[in-house]
Design a protein around this ligand. Structure first.
Ligand SMILES: O=C(O)CCC(=O)C(=O)O
Length: 296
């Protein structure tokens, strides 16, 4: 399997990401990859439909992407997008949350629900700083065409990642105006969106005629717990075929038996020399003394 590419995030991308809280990566997946991953997500959807596990509108939102569908494993360190992840978070990272989503056109209007949020759950209650720290980033791969608004697009408030709070209703079912400055992010099939977990965002309802299909992978520091079902992934027959970097991203214990006492310390990042992504970045001269997460 391919190792991650060696071109770090560009200066322009970093500036835009720091300013807006997200960037779009046009053509992150080739047309052949879009077709390949669409066939895969369609198969998963058909199985969920067969098992009567779709939502009342026929939507699918499956957590733990690689657990549910090992064929999506190459996306965890895709060469066109993964450099963005290590450029921002550094080498001590894993995937903590991922999902495969299919949202067919909604035929019967859904009751209103205010879905604006920042990612990270209790991180947004339990951290006391303003702004709160970034901690994680997420990649969305678009398989369907959301190049125009109204197709269930991802919606964000650009620049809101530095804002701990936005105005909202007293209860989620109380209708409320959209946050000022909110925009629907438009993307072609194969484009990816890379975003800071803190950006205020929401999925939108798909009242178009086009089924919305996307795959999401969220990365965080290895000292933050994984929400995905990685034990099952690690016990799967496919796991041995993944590259060392992919296995790191899928939560492999990097504990070295000869260092009996180091299990938790390794997770903290105390052993860069046995952390595959550190090795990869070091070998390719991609560590950067000027940027704390990438300091050699
Ligand atoms: O599906 C979307 O457009 C938004 C996804 C989302 O809210 C999230 O990834 O946290």
């Amino acid at each position: 399997m391919a190792e991650p590419a060696t071109t770090p995030m560009s200066k322009e991308q970093r500036e835009q990401f720091e300013r807006d809280g997200y960037i779009v990566i046009p053509g992150a997946l080739s047309a052949a990859e879009v077709q390949h991953y669409t066939e895969i997500i369609d198969r998963v959807y058909a199985a969920e439909q067969e098992a009567a596990r779709l939502s009342p509108e026929g939507a699918m939102h499956i957590l733990s992407a690689v657990h549910r569908c090992p064929e999506v494993a190459p996306l965890v360190n895709h060469p066109t997008t993964f450099p963005l992840v290590w450029s921002i978070l550094g080498w001590n990272v894993h995937i903590y949350h991922s999902h495969l989503d299919v949202h067919p056109p909604i035929r019967v209007p859904k009751p209103y629900r205010f879905e604006w949020h920042q990612d990270g759950g209790r991180q947004n209650r339990e951290l006391e700083t303003d702004p709160r720290p970034r901690l994680s980033v997420k990649l969305a791969y678009w398989l369907s065409d959301v190049s125009v608004e109204g197709r269930g697009n991802f919606k964000v408030v650009p620049g809101s990642h530095l804002q701990n709070w936005i105005e909202g209703p007293p209860r989620r079912d109380v209708e409320w105006p959209e946050p000022p400055g909110a925009v629907e992010v438009c993307a072609n099939p194969g484009d990816a969106v890379f975003f800071d977990r803190r950006i205020w965002h929401t999925r939108t309802n798909n009242y178009s005629d086009v089924t919305r299909k996307a795959m999401f992978f969220a990365y965080t520091l290895r000292w933050i717990a994984i929400r995905d079902e990685v034990v099952a992934v690690q016990q799967s027959p496919e796991f041995a075929s993944y590259s060392p970097v992919q296995r790191q991203l899928l939560g492999e214990s990097l504990h070295q038996p000869r260092f009996e006492h180091t299990y938790g310390d390794h997770q903290w990042g105390h052993y860069p020399e046995t952390t595959p992504l550190h090795g990869f970045l070091k070998d390719n001269d991609l560590l950067d003394p000027a940027y704390p997460p990438l300091k050699p």
